[in-house]
Design a protein around this ligand. Structure first.
Ligand SMILES: Cc1cc2nc3c(=O)[nH]c(=O)nc-3n(C[C@H](O)[C@H](O)[C@H](O)COP(=O)(O)OP(=O)(O)OC[C@H]3O[C@@H](n4cnc5c(N)ncnc54)[C@H](O)[C@@H]3O)c2cc1C
Length: 384
């Protein structure tokens, strides 16, 4: 490996994950369940509070350390997609929340008593064009009344809190489309069944994701985060950390696929020799490894800039792109190496293959990364 940072964190996460082997995740996947025991264990050990400052009871670690935690979960064969929101959704609160809000929520989140697993941005009609969202939050006295619809909102049924993006000023009344959007903390324990309806969406991965329907949901005005109308900017502020952490998960997946492919190629004997002796089998594995290593360097570059407080939009986007592409290619190579056995669930390859595919689409699709780099890094004209 080119770089294996934070060995002490890796050892600790591997030890924790040893209690939740591949069989565990395979069973959860087959049952379309949620890895409740694993999530509890990670939270109780404080790993998901890595980015919460020590004054609020968190570990106060950098993005580099946090990224290694999620990387190791995936590298052990698990799926950090069930938990990653808990690590980064609180960032909005940390950066833009009031002192009272931070006191009320961050310590409980750090102690693992409160889950903030969900962030609701995507809508069925707006898609990637976030400024066109139609969900509204209208101020009435000391409350906001929310109406609208969201789609593909993850982990809502396994969370206590959700960050919600909604329009507070009609688009015709703002100078820029990105103005007039605000973010709120929604207490799901109070909201579900009282103005918020959750409908799970069956999907390719065992990823708990849902359509949400808001019908006069009332939330206290005190749950507005930061200033009204600034929500779009606040959401953007959190994207670099999110993208870098997702990159790390993909890198964990990528190493898992390569390690599995190497092991199988060495063991499987066909035509009286290990299949790995054939260049047609070993070269694609080598190529995958090279690509994961390169993505890994970009991941650490993004982490270092983020942790130094430097701009890292380009690095975070490029890391996410390189890592998601490398892990998906490694998944394909691993499946091909296993041949027919790759399709059998008991080898976990087909599960991980489905899981890693998500990251070409969510939380941001590949074309949006190209558009970012084209416009903001290369100075090409804005395309949409
Ligand atoms: C399992 C899962 C979990 C998710 N979890 C969450 C969540 O917790 N919270 C949340 O808010 N969202 C979540 N999402 C939504 C996810 O972020 C979006 O699906 C993603 O951002 C793409 O949006 P879309 O599906 O509306 O695609 P669209 O915007 O409809 O785009 C469809 C395709 O067209 C391409 N495209 C669109 N416009 C352009 C353009 N101008 N130029 C080039 N290409 C373009 C896109 O890149 C994409 O490939 C989740 C999605 C999935 C599948």
């Amino acid at each position: 490996m080119i770089e294996e940072r934070h060995p002490e964190i890796r050892t600790a996460i591997r030890a924790l994950c040893a209690g939740y082997p591949n069989e565990y995740f395979r069973r959860v996947d087959a049952e379309r369940g949620y890895p409740e025991a694993f999530v509890d264990a990670l939270m109780r050990a404080g790993w998901l509070a890595a980015l919460i400052p020590e004054e609020y009871g968190g570990a106060g670690l950098g993005l580099s350390e946090a990224s290694v935690i999620l990387e190791e979960v995936n590298r052990c064969g698990g799926n950090a997609g069930a938990v990653h929101g808990q690590m980064y959704n609180m960032g909005t609160l940390l950066r833009h929340g009031s002192v009272e809000q931070k006191r009320a929520y961050l310590t409980a989140i750090a102690e693992g008593r409160l889950r903030i697993q969900s962030m609701a941005v995507t809508e069925p009609t707006a898609g990637t064009d976030t400024t066109k969202i139609r969900t509204t939050a209208v101020r009435r006295g000391d409350r906001y009344v929310v109406n609208g619809q969201k789609v593909f909102i993850s982990r809502v049924l396994h969370s206590d809190l959700m960050i919600l993006l909604a329009r507070t000023t009609p688009v015709e009344q703002v100078a820029r489309r990105s103005a007039g959007l605000s973010i709120f903390i929604v207490d799901l324990r109070e909201a579900i069944g009282h103005g918020l309806t959750v409908r799970p969406i069956a999907n390719l991965v065992n990823h708990e994701t849902n359509a949400l329907f808001f019908d006069d949901l009332e939330i206290p005005a005190a749950n507005l985060i930061g200033e009204e109308g600034e929500g779009f900017r606040y959401i953007l502020d959190g994207l670099n950390a999110e993208r870098t952490l997702i990159a790390a998960e993909c890198i964990g997946d990528g190493y898992w696929f390569v390690e599995r492919a190497v092991r199988y190629a060495n063991e499987r004997v066909v035509f009286d020799r290990p299949i790995g002796k054939n260049q047609g089998v070993q070269f694609p594995i080598a190529e995958s490894f090279i690509e994961i290593e390169a993505a890994n360097l970009m991941r650490y570059r993004a982490c270092d800039r983020f942790d130094a407080g430097e701009a890292c939009g380009a690095e975070a986007n490029m890391a996410k792109h390189l890592a998601a592409k490398a892990s998906w290619e490694a998944a394909n190579v691993c499946l091909q190496t296993y041949g027919g056995f790759g399709f059998a669930s008991e080898y976990d390859v087909e599960r991980k293959f489905r899981e890693t595919r998500l990251y070409q689409v969510a939380p941001i699709s590949t074309n949006m990364i190209y558009a970012y780099v084209a416009e903001h890094v290369l100075g090409l004209p804005r395309s949409f």
